[in-house]
Design a protein around this ligand. Structure first.
Ligand SMILES: [Zn+2]
Length: 281
């Protein structure tokens, strides 16, 4: 797939899709009125399958700044769970078709530690499971590490395959708050979807953009900020963070990208007849 490339000052952002898969709305928004969900089909047609399910895009981003290559999220990986349709993510092929090899990546940062954002963190080669990106330091939110590697959650979060190998290889940096990953590229805490959920703020030459992970799971939440999804660890906190951050993005005119929206991955929040929508601008 042709990559989406956006320039923010001196920083280049390449949007890549690891996998596209359908998800039942009853799983994403249990108990919500189906008509209210389908009412957004005209606004975001690419996010609906012909049979009325959520067309979900597992997105990753390459951010290049100051000679460093930062990979934001690693998709579903080589062994996609059957409840998400099975199969194999395409991140490595997508990187390759953009001239990026695993050895080129200096930093991997996960917005959070759900299995659809950590899938290519590690892979098996010659019977040994190790980091997919051999030169990279891996930045993982500390609060998520503590949450998802707890004994009662580690299997559900694919922690043994996607998280523990990084610790064993000694390539992991657990972070909290705002940390710099490359020139003009920093983390920004946006908790609620998970305890340590973080967005990536890009700031260069007076321009700014935000890669906001699963702050929004479905584009309708850009208007319906109170609609937390079933995957939000703390629905009330997720809604409060969503409202605050989206208001900031809209009022400051930042470009914004999310973890599960269709290409073009990056856009701006604008008003159409008073309703806030995401548009590629
Ligand atoms: Zn996700």
């Amino acid at each position: 797939m042709a990559a989406q490339v956006v320039r923010v000052g001196n920083v280049e952002i390449v949007g890549l899709i690891d996998l596209v898969f359908p998800l039942d709305y009853a799983i994403l928004f249990p108990g919500r009125d189906v008509q209210a969900i389908m009412a957004f089909q005209d606004v975001y047609p690419q996010s609906y399958t012909p049979d009325g399910r959520y067309q979900t895009y597992a997105s990753c981003y390459v951010v290049r700044s100051g000679g460093k290559t930062v990979l934001v999220d690693t998709g579903l990986g080589p062994n996609v769970p059957s409840f998400l349709g099975g199969g194999r993510g395409r991140l490595l092929e997508e990187l390759s078709s953009n001239g990026i090899s695993p050895e080129d990546v200096d930093v991997v940062v996960c917005t959070h530690l759900h299995l659809d954002h950590t899938g290519w963190n590690a892979r098996e080669e010659g019977g040994v499971r190790g980091p997919t990106f051999p030169r990279a330091r891996y930045y993982l939110p500390r609060a998520d590490w503590e949450h998802f590697t707890a004994p009662e959650r580690i299997d559900g979060a694919a922690g043994r395959s996607n998280l523990l190998p990084l610790q064993e290889a000694g390539v992991m940096e657990l972070f909290s708050g705002e940390v710099t990953l490359a020139e003009g590229v920093t983390t920004l805490p946006t908790p609620g979807h998970t305890p340590g959920h973080s967005s990536i703020l890009i700031s260069s030459q007076g321009e700014r953009a935000l890669i906001a992970g699963d702050l929004v799971n479905h584009p309708l939440q850009i208007e319906k900020v109170d609609w937390s999804s079933a995957f939000d660890t703390d629905p009330a906190q997720a809604a409060e963070t969503r409202r605050r951050i989206l208001d900031f993005v809209e009022s400051e005119g930042l470009r914004v990208a999310f973890g599960h929206l269709p290409p073009p991955n990056m856009g701006r929040l604008i008003r159409l007849e008073g309703r806030r929508v995401l548009r590629a601008l």
